[in-house]
Write a protein that binds this ligand. Structure first.
Ligand SMILES: Nc1nc2c(ncn2[C@@H]2O[C@H](COP(=O)(O)OP(=O)(O)OP(=O)(O)O)[C@@H](O)[C@H]2O)c(=O)[nH]1
Ligand SMILES: [Mg+2]
Length: 376
Protein backbone atom coordinates (compact mmCIF):
# COMPACT_ATOMS: atom_id res chain seq x y z
CA UNK A 1 0.00 0.00 0.00
CA UNK A 2 1.35 3.35 -0.96
CA UNK A 3 0.91 5.46 2.13
CA UNK A 4 2.37 8.53 0.46
CA UNK A 5 -0.79 8.90 -1.54
CA UNK A 6 -3.25 7.76 1.06
CA UNK A 7 -4.58 9.72 3.97
CA UNK A 8 -7.24 7.32 5.23
CA UNK A 9 -7.00 3.62 4.55
CA UNK A 10 -10.24 2.13 3.32
CA UNK A 11 -10.84 -1.60 3.56
CA UNK A 12 -12.52 -3.58 0.83
CA UNK A 13 -13.76 -7.09 0.26
CA UNK A 14 -13.24 -7.92 -3.42
CA UNK A 15 -16.19 -9.55 -5.15
CA UNK A 16 -16.36 -11.26 -8.52
CA UNK A 17 -18.98 -13.11 -10.51
CA UNK A 18 -17.52 -15.62 -12.99
CA UNK A 19 -20.12 -16.02 -15.67
CA UNK A 20 -20.73 -18.94 -17.97
CA UNK A 21 -17.62 -20.48 -19.49
CA UNK A 22 -15.20 -17.74 -18.50
CA UNK A 23 -11.67 -19.11 -18.08
CA UNK A 24 -11.08 -19.45 -14.29
CA UNK A 25 -7.41 -18.50 -14.62
CA UNK A 26 -8.23 -15.33 -16.51
CA UNK A 27 -10.88 -14.50 -13.89
CA UNK A 28 -8.35 -15.03 -11.09
CA UNK A 29 -5.86 -12.76 -12.85
CA UNK A 30 -8.56 -10.12 -13.26
CA UNK A 31 -9.26 -10.29 -9.51
CA UNK A 32 -5.54 -10.00 -8.70
CA UNK A 33 -5.46 -6.96 -10.99
CA UNK A 34 -8.44 -5.50 -9.10
CA UNK A 35 -6.48 -5.84 -5.84
CA UNK A 36 -3.62 -3.88 -7.46
CA UNK A 37 -6.03 -1.26 -8.73
CA UNK A 38 -7.49 -0.98 -5.22
CA UNK A 39 -4.01 -0.56 -3.76
CA UNK A 40 -3.23 2.21 -6.25
CA UNK A 41 -6.50 3.92 -5.31
CA UNK A 42 -5.60 3.76 -1.60
CA UNK A 43 -7.95 0.89 -0.76
CA UNK A 44 -6.73 -2.17 1.14
CA UNK A 45 -8.13 -5.50 -0.07
CA UNK A 46 -8.92 -7.54 3.05
CA UNK A 47 -10.96 -10.42 1.68
CA UNK A 48 -12.68 -11.82 -1.36
CA UNK A 49 -15.91 -13.49 -2.38
CA UNK A 50 -16.42 -15.12 -5.77
CA UNK A 51 -19.26 -16.99 -7.40
CA UNK A 52 -19.55 -18.99 -10.60
CA UNK A 53 -22.97 -18.75 -12.21
CA UNK A 54 -24.32 -19.21 -15.73
CA UNK A 55 -25.69 -15.66 -15.69
CA UNK A 56 -25.59 -12.60 -13.46
CA UNK A 57 -28.62 -11.84 -11.32
CA UNK A 58 -30.22 -8.72 -12.78
CA UNK A 59 -30.99 -7.28 -9.35
CA UNK A 60 -27.95 -8.17 -7.23
CA UNK A 61 -25.37 -9.75 -9.58
CA UNK A 62 -24.79 -12.59 -7.06
CA UNK A 63 -27.45 -15.04 -5.92
CA UNK A 64 -29.12 -14.49 -2.57
CA UNK A 65 -26.86 -16.88 -0.61
CA UNK A 66 -23.70 -15.27 -1.98
CA UNK A 67 -24.96 -11.81 -1.09
CA UNK A 68 -25.38 -13.02 2.50
CA UNK A 69 -21.85 -14.50 2.41
CA UNK A 70 -20.46 -11.19 1.14
CA UNK A 71 -22.23 -9.32 3.96
CA UNK A 72 -20.66 -11.68 6.48
CA UNK A 73 -17.22 -11.32 4.86
CA UNK A 74 -17.49 -7.53 5.09
CA UNK A 75 -18.42 -7.75 8.76
CA UNK A 76 -15.70 -10.27 9.62
CA UNK A 77 -12.99 -8.20 7.91
CA UNK A 78 -14.32 -4.87 9.25
CA UNK A 79 -14.44 -3.65 5.65
CA UNK A 80 -16.40 -0.60 4.53
CA UNK A 81 -16.33 -1.25 0.78
CA UNK A 82 -17.56 -4.10 -1.41
CA UNK A 83 -15.45 -3.79 -4.53
CA UNK A 84 -16.82 -5.65 -7.55
CA UNK A 85 -14.66 -6.75 -10.46
CA UNK A 86 -17.74 -6.82 -12.67
CA UNK A 87 -19.26 -3.67 -14.08
CA UNK A 88 -22.48 -3.11 -12.14
CA UNK A 89 -25.70 -1.71 -13.50
CA UNK A 90 -27.23 1.18 -11.60
CA UNK A 91 -29.91 -1.04 -10.12
CA UNK A 92 -27.42 -3.73 -9.04
CA UNK A 93 -25.22 -1.14 -7.32
CA UNK A 94 -28.23 0.30 -5.56
CA UNK A 95 -29.61 -3.06 -4.37
CA UNK A 96 -26.19 -4.35 -3.30
CA UNK A 97 -25.54 -1.19 -1.29
CA UNK A 98 -28.73 -1.83 0.67
CA UNK A 99 -28.21 -5.57 1.07
CA UNK A 100 -24.58 -5.34 2.10
CA UNK A 101 -24.77 -2.24 4.27
CA UNK A 102 -21.47 -1.06 2.75
CA UNK A 103 -20.28 1.25 0.04
CA UNK A 104 -20.44 -0.58 -3.26
CA UNK A 105 -17.85 0.16 -5.91
CA UNK A 106 -17.02 -1.51 -9.20
CA UNK A 107 -13.94 -1.73 -11.40
CA UNK A 108 -15.00 1.37 -13.33
CA UNK A 109 -15.23 3.46 -10.18
CA UNK A 110 -11.87 2.38 -8.83
CA UNK A 111 -10.21 3.17 -12.16
CA UNK A 112 -11.93 6.57 -12.14
CA UNK A 113 -10.64 7.19 -8.61
CA UNK A 114 -7.07 6.44 -9.73
CA UNK A 115 -7.42 8.63 -12.78
CA UNK A 116 -8.80 11.47 -10.67
CA UNK A 117 -5.74 11.30 -8.39
CA UNK A 118 -3.26 11.04 -11.23
CA UNK A 119 -4.53 13.63 -13.70
CA UNK A 120 -2.09 16.54 -13.83
CA UNK A 121 -2.51 18.42 -17.09
CA UNK A 122 -5.63 20.50 -17.80
CA UNK A 123 -6.45 18.07 -20.61
CA UNK A 124 -6.26 14.97 -18.39
CA UNK A 125 -8.26 16.70 -15.65
CA UNK A 126 -11.01 17.66 -18.09
CA UNK A 127 -11.09 14.10 -19.42
CA UNK A 128 -11.36 12.63 -15.93
CA UNK A 129 -14.10 15.05 -14.94
CA UNK A 130 -16.04 14.16 -18.08
CA UNK A 131 -15.67 10.44 -17.34
CA UNK A 132 -16.83 10.96 -13.75
CA UNK A 133 -19.88 12.92 -14.84
CA UNK A 134 -20.76 10.29 -17.42
CA UNK A 135 -20.46 7.64 -14.73
CA UNK A 136 -22.63 9.59 -12.28
CA UNK A 137 -25.27 10.25 -14.91
CA UNK A 138 -25.34 6.56 -15.79
CA UNK A 139 -25.96 5.72 -12.14
CA UNK A 140 -28.64 8.31 -11.41
CA UNK A 141 -31.65 7.12 -13.42
CA UNK A 142 -32.21 3.98 -11.40
CA UNK A 143 -32.04 5.41 -7.90
CA UNK A 144 -34.83 4.70 -5.56
CA UNK A 145 -35.92 8.28 -5.91
CA UNK A 146 -36.52 7.94 -9.60
CA UNK A 147 -38.21 4.60 -9.20
CA UNK A 148 -40.59 6.33 -6.83
CA UNK A 149 -41.05 9.21 -9.24
CA UNK A 150 -41.59 6.90 -12.13
CA UNK A 151 -43.83 4.52 -10.23
CA UNK A 152 -41.67 1.63 -11.40
CA UNK A 153 -38.55 0.91 -13.41
CA UNK A 154 -38.77 1.56 -17.11
CA UNK A 155 -41.97 3.59 -16.94
CA UNK A 156 -42.35 7.24 -17.82
CA UNK A 157 -43.86 9.31 -15.07
CA UNK A 158 -44.18 12.69 -13.45
CA UNK A 159 -40.71 12.44 -11.88
CA UNK A 160 -39.06 12.33 -15.26
CA UNK A 161 -38.98 16.08 -15.87
CA UNK A 162 -38.00 16.90 -12.27
CA UNK A 163 -35.05 14.56 -12.56
CA UNK A 164 -34.02 16.04 -15.86
CA UNK A 165 -34.09 19.42 -14.18
CA UNK A 166 -31.95 18.18 -11.29
CA UNK A 167 -29.38 16.70 -13.66
CA UNK A 168 -29.33 19.72 -15.94
CA UNK A 169 -26.20 21.35 -14.40
CA UNK A 170 -24.28 18.08 -14.83
CA UNK A 171 -25.37 17.77 -18.44
CA UNK A 172 -24.40 21.39 -19.10
CA UNK A 173 -20.96 20.70 -17.64
CA UNK A 174 -20.63 17.60 -19.86
CA UNK A 175 -21.35 19.74 -22.92
CA UNK A 176 -18.84 22.35 -21.77
CA UNK A 177 -16.10 19.75 -21.19
CA UNK A 178 -16.78 18.06 -24.52
CA UNK A 179 -16.38 21.42 -26.25
CA UNK A 180 -13.14 22.15 -24.43
CA UNK A 181 -11.73 18.73 -25.30
CA UNK A 182 -12.82 19.05 -28.92
CA UNK A 183 -10.83 22.31 -29.11
CA UNK A 184 -7.77 20.52 -27.66
CA UNK A 185 -8.18 17.74 -30.25
CA UNK A 186 -8.48 20.25 -33.09
CA UNK A 187 -5.34 22.07 -31.96
CA UNK A 188 -3.45 18.77 -31.71
CA UNK A 189 -4.60 17.89 -35.23
CA UNK A 190 -3.25 21.22 -36.55
CA UNK A 191 0.08 20.58 -34.80
CA UNK A 192 0.27 17.10 -36.31
CA UNK A 193 -0.21 18.48 -39.80
CA UNK A 194 2.79 20.75 -39.30
CA UNK A 195 5.02 18.01 -37.96
CA UNK A 196 8.48 17.59 -39.42
CA UNK A 197 9.13 14.10 -38.13
CA UNK A 198 7.15 10.87 -38.04
CA UNK A 199 5.32 10.16 -34.80
CA UNK A 200 5.84 6.81 -33.08
CA UNK A 201 3.54 6.06 -30.13
CA UNK A 202 4.02 3.72 -27.21
CA UNK A 203 0.76 2.03 -26.34
CA UNK A 204 0.05 -1.19 -24.50
CA UNK A 205 -0.93 -2.81 -21.29
CA UNK A 206 -0.56 -0.79 -18.12
CA UNK A 207 2.69 -1.47 -16.22
CA UNK A 208 4.27 -3.09 -19.32
CA UNK A 209 7.17 -0.63 -19.18
CA UNK A 210 6.15 1.98 -21.78
CA UNK A 211 7.53 4.93 -19.81
CA UNK A 212 10.72 3.02 -19.02
CA UNK A 213 11.08 2.33 -22.73
CA UNK A 214 10.56 6.03 -23.55
CA UNK A 215 13.31 6.87 -21.08
CA UNK A 216 15.65 4.16 -22.39
CA UNK A 217 15.16 5.10 -26.04
CA UNK A 218 15.14 8.88 -25.78
CA UNK A 219 16.85 9.75 -22.50
CA UNK A 220 13.61 11.22 -21.14
CA UNK A 221 12.76 11.32 -17.45
CA UNK A 222 9.17 10.05 -17.56
CA UNK A 223 7.67 8.90 -14.27
CA UNK A 224 8.04 5.15 -13.82
CA UNK A 225 6.34 3.17 -11.08
CA UNK A 226 5.49 -0.45 -10.41
CA UNK A 227 1.78 0.25 -10.19
CA UNK A 228 -1.11 0.48 -12.59
CA UNK A 229 -1.78 3.71 -14.47
CA UNK A 230 1.39 5.52 -13.44
CA UNK A 231 1.09 7.58 -16.62
CA UNK A 232 -1.99 9.57 -17.58
CA UNK A 233 -0.50 12.55 -19.35
CA UNK A 234 1.24 12.15 -22.63
CA UNK A 235 4.91 12.87 -23.01
CA UNK A 236 6.75 13.27 -26.31
CA UNK A 237 10.49 13.14 -26.91
CA UNK A 238 12.80 13.20 -29.90
CA UNK A 239 14.07 9.77 -30.90
CA UNK A 240 17.39 9.50 -32.74
CA UNK A 241 17.34 6.57 -35.09
CA UNK A 242 20.80 6.80 -36.65
CA UNK A 243 21.92 8.07 -40.07
CA UNK A 244 20.43 11.47 -39.27
CA UNK A 245 16.92 10.09 -38.99
CA UNK A 246 14.63 11.29 -36.23
CA UNK A 247 11.11 10.60 -35.05
CA UNK A 248 8.93 11.80 -32.20
CA UNK A 249 8.25 9.16 -29.56
CA UNK A 250 5.14 9.54 -27.43
CA UNK A 251 4.20 7.77 -24.22
CA UNK A 252 0.63 7.70 -23.01
CA UNK A 253 -2.00 6.10 -20.79
CA UNK A 254 -2.00 2.29 -20.62
CA UNK A 255 -4.75 -0.18 -21.45
CA UNK A 256 -6.36 -2.66 -19.10
CA UNK A 257 -8.99 -5.34 -19.51
CA UNK A 258 -12.55 -4.03 -19.18
CA UNK A 259 -11.45 -0.43 -19.58
CA UNK A 260 -14.71 1.41 -18.96
CA UNK A 261 -16.33 2.62 -22.18
CA UNK A 262 -17.13 6.00 -20.65
CA UNK A 263 -13.46 6.40 -19.84
CA UNK A 264 -12.39 5.45 -23.35
CA UNK A 265 -14.89 7.96 -24.76
CA UNK A 266 -13.72 10.68 -22.36
CA UNK A 267 -10.04 10.06 -23.06
CA UNK A 268 -10.49 10.54 -26.79
CA UNK A 269 -8.05 13.41 -27.04
CA UNK A 270 -5.32 11.41 -25.28
CA UNK A 271 -6.11 8.21 -27.17
CA UNK A 272 -5.96 10.14 -30.44
CA UNK A 273 -2.22 9.83 -29.96
CA UNK A 274 -2.65 6.18 -30.88
CA UNK A 275 -5.03 6.77 -33.75
CA UNK A 276 -3.24 9.65 -35.47
CA UNK A 277 0.26 8.27 -35.44
CA UNK A 278 2.63 6.88 -38.03
CA UNK A 279 3.63 3.80 -36.08
CA UNK A 280 2.43 2.10 -32.90
CA UNK A 281 4.71 0.23 -30.55
CA UNK A 282 2.38 -2.15 -28.73
CA UNK A 283 4.21 -2.95 -25.49
CA UNK A 284 3.43 -5.92 -23.26
CA UNK A 285 5.19 -7.40 -20.22
CA UNK A 286 6.69 -10.70 -21.41
CA UNK A 287 7.33 -11.80 -17.83
CA UNK A 288 3.62 -11.68 -17.00
CA UNK A 289 1.89 -15.09 -17.03
CA UNK A 290 -1.06 -13.62 -18.95
CA UNK A 291 0.92 -11.77 -21.59
CA UNK A 292 -1.19 -13.20 -24.42
CA UNK A 293 -4.42 -12.00 -22.81
CA UNK A 294 -2.79 -8.58 -22.39
CA UNK A 295 -1.90 -8.45 -26.07
CA UNK A 296 -5.45 -9.42 -26.95
CA UNK A 297 -6.80 -6.61 -24.73
CA UNK A 298 -4.46 -4.15 -26.48
CA UNK A 299 -5.67 -5.26 -29.91
CA UNK A 300 -9.32 -5.00 -28.87
CA UNK A 301 -8.82 -1.55 -27.33
CA UNK A 302 -6.98 -0.33 -30.44
CA UNK A 303 -9.87 -1.57 -32.57
CA UNK A 304 -12.34 0.17 -30.26
CA UNK A 305 -10.60 3.51 -30.68
CA UNK A 306 -10.23 3.06 -34.43
CA UNK A 307 -6.46 2.47 -34.45
CA UNK A 308 -6.46 -1.12 -35.71
CA UNK A 309 -5.34 -0.09 -39.19
CA UNK A 310 -2.30 1.88 -37.95
CA UNK A 311 1.01 0.08 -38.66
CA UNK A 312 2.31 -1.52 -35.47
CA UNK A 313 5.14 -3.49 -33.93
CA UNK A 314 4.62 -5.77 -30.94
CA UNK A 315 7.26 -5.27 -28.24
CA UNK A 316 7.84 -7.97 -25.62
CA UNK A 317 9.39 -6.01 -22.77
CA UNK A 318 11.00 -7.17 -19.49
CA UNK A 319 12.89 -9.98 -21.23
CA UNK A 320 15.51 -9.78 -18.48
CA UNK A 321 12.97 -11.01 -15.90
CA UNK A 322 13.16 -14.67 -14.85
CA UNK A 323 9.94 -15.99 -16.31
CA UNK A 324 10.01 -14.05 -19.57
CA UNK A 325 11.91 -16.56 -21.69
CA UNK A 326 9.15 -19.14 -21.72
CA UNK A 327 6.40 -16.73 -22.72
CA UNK A 328 8.60 -15.15 -25.41
CA UNK A 329 9.01 -18.61 -26.93
CA UNK A 330 5.30 -19.24 -26.50
CA UNK A 331 4.25 -16.01 -28.18
CA UNK A 332 6.78 -16.27 -31.02
CA UNK A 333 4.52 -18.80 -32.80
CA UNK A 334 1.47 -16.58 -33.30
CA UNK A 335 3.55 -13.37 -33.25
CA UNK A 336 6.75 -14.10 -35.21
CA UNK A 337 7.44 -10.38 -35.74
CA UNK A 338 7.30 -9.52 -32.02
CA UNK A 339 10.53 -7.91 -30.77
CA UNK A 340 11.92 -9.07 -27.41
CA UNK A 341 13.55 -6.22 -25.46
CA UNK A 342 14.45 -5.13 -21.97
CA UNK A 343 13.99 -1.43 -21.29
CA UNK A 344 15.87 -2.04 -18.04
CA UNK A 345 19.05 -3.61 -19.42
CA UNK A 346 18.94 -2.21 -22.95
CA UNK A 347 18.69 -5.64 -24.52
CA UNK A 348 17.12 -5.57 -28.00
CA UNK A 349 16.85 -1.78 -28.22
CA UNK A 350 19.11 -1.50 -31.29
CA UNK A 351 17.04 -4.19 -33.05
CA UNK A 352 13.94 -2.24 -32.09
CA UNK A 353 15.33 1.00 -33.55
CA UNK A 354 16.21 -0.80 -36.81
CA UNK A 355 12.69 -2.24 -36.97
CA UNK A 356 11.22 1.25 -36.39
CA UNK A 357 13.31 2.66 -39.25
CA UNK A 358 12.30 -0.16 -41.61
CA UNK A 359 8.64 0.20 -40.74
CA UNK A 360 8.66 4.00 -41.10
CA UNK A 361 10.46 3.75 -44.45
CA UNK A 362 7.69 1.45 -45.56
CA UNK A 363 4.66 3.28 -44.22
CA UNK A 364 5.42 6.90 -43.39
CA UNK A 365 4.87 9.41 -46.18
CA UNK A 366 7.15 11.95 -44.45
CA UNK A 367 10.07 9.60 -44.99
CA UNK A 368 9.16 8.88 -48.56
CA UNK A 369 9.83 12.50 -49.56
CA UNK A 370 13.33 12.92 -51.01
CA UNK A 371 14.09 15.86 -48.70
CA UNK A 372 13.14 13.95 -45.55
CA UNK A 373 16.62 13.18 -44.26
CA UNK A 374 18.46 16.16 -45.71
CA UNK A 375 16.09 18.57 -43.93
CA UNK A 376 17.12 17.27 -40.52
N1 LIG B 1 12.48 -6.33 -15.04
C1 LIG B 1 12.08 -5.30 -15.77
N2 LIG B 1 11.27 -4.37 -15.25
C2 LIG B 1 10.88 -3.35 -16.04
C3 LIG B 1 11.31 -3.20 -17.38
N3 LIG B 1 10.73 -2.10 -17.91
C4 LIG B 1 9.98 -1.56 -16.93
N4 LIG B 1 10.08 -2.30 -15.79
C5 LIG B 1 9.41 -2.04 -14.51
O1 LIG B 1 8.00 -2.17 -14.68
C6 LIG B 1 7.31 -1.22 -13.86
C7 LIG B 1 6.37 -0.39 -14.73
O2 LIG B 1 7.13 0.42 -15.59
P1 LIG B 1 6.52 1.71 -16.32
O3 LIG B 1 7.53 2.17 -17.31
O4 LIG B 1 6.02 2.69 -15.31
O5 LIG B 1 5.29 1.03 -17.06
P2 LIG B 1 4.16 1.75 -17.95
O6 LIG B 1 3.83 0.80 -19.06
O7 LIG B 1 4.59 3.11 -18.33
O8 LIG B 1 2.96 1.76 -16.90
P3 LIG B 1 1.69 2.74 -16.78
O9 LIG B 1 2.13 4.14 -17.08
O10 LIG B 1 1.30 2.54 -15.36
O11 LIG B 1 0.67 2.22 -17.73
C8 LIG B 1 8.38 -0.38 -13.17
O12 LIG B 1 8.60 -0.91 -11.89
C9 LIG B 1 9.61 -0.58 -14.05
O13 LIG B 1 10.83 -0.45 -13.35
C10 LIG B 1 12.21 -4.20 -17.91
O14 LIG B 1 12.64 -4.19 -19.06
N5 LIG B 1 12.55 -5.21 -17.05
MG1 LIG C 1 3.79 4.88 -17.87
Amino acid sequence: MNLHETTTVERAVLAQLIEGRRDPEEAADSLAELARLADTAGILAVGQVTQRRPRADGGTLFGEGKVAEAREALRAAAANIALFDNELTAIQAHNLGRALGARVMDRTEVILQIFARRARSAEAQAQVELAQLRFLLSRIPETEEQQRFKGGIGMKGPGESRLQLRNAPMRRRVTELKKRLAAIRAQAARMRQKRQWPVVSLVGYTNAGKSTLLNALSGADAYVDDRLFATLDTKTRLLWLGSGRKALLTDTVGFIRNLPHGLVASFRSTLDIAVKTDLLLVVVDASHPHVRDHLEVCRRTLAEIGADAVPSLVILNKCDAGDARESVAHIAGPEPQAIPVSARTGYGLETLKTAIVEELKRCCTLWQLPSATSAI
